[in-house]
Design a binder for this molecule. Structure first.
Ligand code: PMP
Length: 394
């Protein structure tokens, strides 16, 4: 008889040649529990997903109650489903008035796809501007605006009319023009190893998009829901995007994404062609119920108020000459080492000692620290001890 690990390797499609291969039996709060009762402190939140921790009781309850009422009823956009309307109302209540129409999707990449189609419809243009080392998803539209040729090369041809700029270079922004349908950008680039845009840069970008009537698509798949110290990162930059992308933590641990825009422009998708952008499962009622419960947890437990303090504690404790630099926005942190090999050894040692961490897609020499926002000071101290010990061994 095959073990679960053997079945995984033989019958589950592989995404890399070196999967982590942890086998987890249950997860609760800050911890995952592996086979053999091994406990892991989660420092990566399933990659920016578990902001309220694993299986938060209020999220579990919302899932159970909604699953017992109804699951799938009809394709998206036809029936009035209370979990969707309640969540859309809660979101639009806390978003600026121009972001008042929510198109729910199943994932982040679908949010990107929808936003790109909407930008084409609204502007009648085809050019997309994106940035080196950005990740917006793996489907072919999103892949077209992936900021690394290595990941795109094998899948070309992709979308034409794509312009790639250096993230953070304010002079490059003059390339936004009357040909540009949209500029897609993350307020903080996660996968480059936490690269933080300046306020001046994002404000200039906003102004140029407005001037040239190009849409500004802000990808907050990783940065929203408190991760960067505010509900949405854009709040800290004094800008409002034309289209906001949400995913990851949005569903409270269930699959969910969205692109959100002004009703007036979103309505373009309703007609000519009718049903021009549709999805069977987008905004699944159980995912929406979970997402709303998670949002309420963030608000009721005032999790965002503690983010900066907790982030700073990591930064203060993680001092070692082998750490080349620390980049941080709230509880999104990158520790930079000399090489992937060194980083990998440190990560492996942390995992061995019960602290789960990882590297970044475009920055394999950087360690990812992005724990659930519920992490306690004591857990931060314990985690940092394990990380520093691992560093001392390489
Ligand atoms: N945008 C960003 C910034 C992301 O980090 C990701 C996923 N890593 C996506 C989009 C795509 O989300 P998904 O994996 O749900 O398609």
């Amino acid at each position: 008889m095959l073990t679960n690990r053997q079945v995984f390797l033989q019958h589950i499609a592989q995404t890399s040649t070196a999967p982590l291969l942890l086998e987890i039996e249950r997860a609760e709060g800050m911890y995952m529990y592996g086979t053999g009762h091994k406990r892991y402190l989660d420092l990566i939140s399933g990659i920016s997903v578990s902001n309220v921790g694993h299986s938060h009781p209020r999220v579990v309850q919302a899932v159970q109650e909604q699953a017992a009422k109804y699951m799938h009823l009809m394709v998206y956009g036809e029936f009035v489903e209370a979990p969707q309307t309640a969540f859309a109302k809660a979101l639009t209540d806390i978003l600026p008035p121009s972001l008042d129409s929510v198109y729910f999707t199943n994932s982040g990449t679908e949010a990107t796809e929808g936003a790109m189609k909407l930008a084409k419809r609204v502007t009648g243009r085809t050019q997309f501007i994106h940035f080196r080392n950005s990740y917006h998803g793996s489907t072919q539209g999103a892949l077209s605006v992936m900021g690394d040729e290595y990941f795109k090369r094998a899948f070309r041809p992709l979308l034409p009319d794509i312009l790639t700029l250096d993230y953070g270079n304010i002079d490059d922004l003059v390339q936004i023009s009357s040909h540009t349908a949209a500029v897609i950008i993350d307020p903080v680039q996660a996968e480059s190893g936490v690269t933080i845009a300046s306020r001046e840069y994002l404000q200039k970008l906003r102004a140029l998009c407005t001037e040239h009537k190009a849409l500004l698509i802000l990808d907050e798949a990783q940065t929203a829901f408190g991760r960067c110290g505010s509900m949405f990162a854009f709040e800290q930059y004094g800008i409002v995007p034309d289209i906001l992308l949400l995913a990851k933590a949005f569903g409270g641990g269930m699959p969910l994404g969205a692109f959100i825009a002004d009703r007036k422009i979103m309505y373009e998708l309703a007609d000519n062609p009718v049903l021009g952008h549709i999805t069977t499962f987008g905004g699944h009622p159980v995912s929406c119920a979970a997402g709303l419960a998670a949002l309420r947890v963030i608000q009721d437990e005032k999790l965002i108020d503690q983010v900066e303090h907790k982030g700073r504690l990591f930064e203060t404790l993680l001092k070692n000459p082998k750490i080349r630099s620390i980049r941080r926005k709230g509880l999104m942190i990158a520790l930079e080492f000399d090489s992937f090999e060194q980083n990998k050894k440190i990560i492996d040692s942390c995992v061995e000692n019960g602290v789960l961490t990882d590297w970044f897609l475009f920055a394999p020499h950087c360690m990812r620290i992005g724990p659930p926002l519920i992490i306690t000071e004591e857990e931060i101290r314990n985690a940092c001890e394990v990380i520093l010990k691992a560093i001392s061994l390489v």
